[in-house]
Write a protein that binds this ligand. Structure first.
Ligand code: NAP
Ligand code: MG
Length: 402
């Protein structure tokens, strides 16, 4: 069989630990045999980030801007323990944070649903997609440890010298302090990508913040969404029979739990970080979730929403068997290749992605799965596979679908 040819390379961002091991297995078993892969490779593994003073992360994000489509492996965000473990020069920032700050945009996360893995929330019948704003707020904050008594102020000095000043707090003793920002332009593009995604997928869009408490910051998000919706989207939503709905974040949480799913829930950056983990876990597993960053100028970065699965990696290093779920990482690859095929007009590449995803789902529904799923499935005949066996089983299913 002839391999599928590509035109434009995808940007490949390799990562760390167990997901780095899965990365290679996926390429060897599921990509190389079928696709003449064209990729521009960036090693975002922590050792290389340290060796390049994290320049490689910035370079990879710029390559994403140049080519349009990237696929990213999970990476370590260093903390004090990692500083020691990897003998780091600095506590490098989160690569995801760096990439999102360069690309801007919105992260869409949707559960991968299969028969036999039922959501923990009984009312959920359809997937819930989380749309996470990927710019600013606490991810681009400035913080301070307040040493003792004193006055904290918020000061803005305009380009023309005008000053705005607001007292934050009169400290009587030590404490903590944080400043954060967002941009109307970024909020607008967040709103537009959510409205476009809702129209693309014909799903209702919900948006929630805490505007009753945050009367300027969060309220601006609410206002910008409403203005853009009324001006540019209302008629198209009506025509499609879908709705845009704003509510308070705590009300949204309560409603989400009672809903039957099938909508997009737009969240500010931090809310989206937390809620996407909650929604994906409630749908079964963090490893059964697709994640794509869509930038306002049309760049796409596909990734898994989970981390590097450190505990499994240490087992792997000791030569012990692991049963790590590779589904999210496989879907990151198929998502990127499908999008590349769409942009370059290569139908075979899109079909390849569709068929590979079908192979993954069919494999699991036939009872072959990794341990994390075996623990929660309602299927009775289950064969628990190790990391490599699962990927090989997907390959066998794929071949049977040809
Ligand atoms: P994690 O890698 O997501 O793993 C947390 C736990 O969830 C695992 O120990 C495992 O449970 C389970 N799990 C997650 N993915 C799984 C998979 N594919 N298959 C089976 N089980 C899976 O989170 P973490 O341990 O908190 O973080 C490890 C590293 O990942 C950290 O250095 C963090 O900075 C990084 N991280 C990266 C990203 C990213 O790049 N997108 C996101 C989050 C975290 P059991 O151990 O019980 O089997
Ligand atoms: Mg998270």
């Amino acid at each position: 069989m002839e391999k599928i040819k590509m035109m434009t390379p995808i940007v490949e961002m390799d990562g760390d630990e167990m997901t780095r091991i899965l990365w290679k297995m996926i390429k060897d078993e599921l990509i190389y045999p079928y696709v003449e892969l064209k990729s521009e490779y960036y090693d975002l593994g922590l050792e290389n980030r340290n060796a390049t003073n994290d320049q490689v992360t910035v370079d990879s994000a710029n390559a994403n801007k140049k080519y349009g489509v990237a696929v990213k492996c999970a990476t370590i965000t260093p903390n004090a323990a990692r500083m020691k473990e990897y003998n780091l020069k600095e506590m490098w920032k989160s690569p995801n944070g760096t990439i999102r700050a360069i690309l801007d945009g919105t992260v869409f996360r949707a559960p991968i649903t299969v028969k036999g893995i039922e959501p923990y929330v009984r009312s959920w019948k359809k997937p819930i997609t989380i749309a996470r704003h990927a710019y600013g707020d606490v991810y681009k904050n400035s913080e301070m440890i307040v040493p003792g008594p004193g006055k904290a102020e918020l000061v803005y000095t305009g380009a023309d010298g005008t000053e705005l000043r607001e007292t934050i707090f009169e400290f009587k003793g030590p404490g903590v302090l944080q400043g954060m920002h967002n941009l109307n332009q970024s909020i607008s593009s967040f709103a537009r990508s959510c409205f476009n995604y809702a129209l693309d997928t014909k799903q209702d869009l919900w948006f929630a913040t805490k505007d009753t408490i945050s009367k300027k910051y969060d309220h601006t998000f609410k206002d910008i969404f409403q203005e853009i919706f009324d001006a540019d989207y209302k008629a198209r939503f009506d025509a499609e029979g879908i709705t845009y709905f704003y509510t308070l974040i705590d009300d949204a949480v309560a409603r989400v739990m009672k809903s039957d799913g099938g909508f997009i829930w737009a969240c500010k950056n931090y809310d989206g970080d937390v809620m996407s983990d909650m929604v994906s876990s409630a749908f079964g597993s963090l490893a059964m979730m697709t994640s794509v960053l869509v930038s306002p100028d049309g760049n796409y970065e596909y990734e898994a929403a989970h981390g590097t699965v450190q505990r499994h990696y240490y087992k792997y290093l000791k030569g012990e068997e692991t049963s790590t779920n590779s589904v999210a990482t496989i879907f990151a690859w198929t998502g990127a290749l499908r999008k590349r095929g769409e942009l370059d007009g290569i139908a075979e590449l899109q079909q390849f992605a569709d068929r590979m995803e079908k192979a993954v789902i069919t494999t699991i529904e036939s009872g072959k799965m990794t341990k994390d799923l075996a623990l929660i499935t309602s299927l009775e005949q289950v064969e628990v596979l190790n990391s490599g066996e699962f990927i090989k089983a997907v390959r066998a299913t794929y071949e049977s679908l040809l």
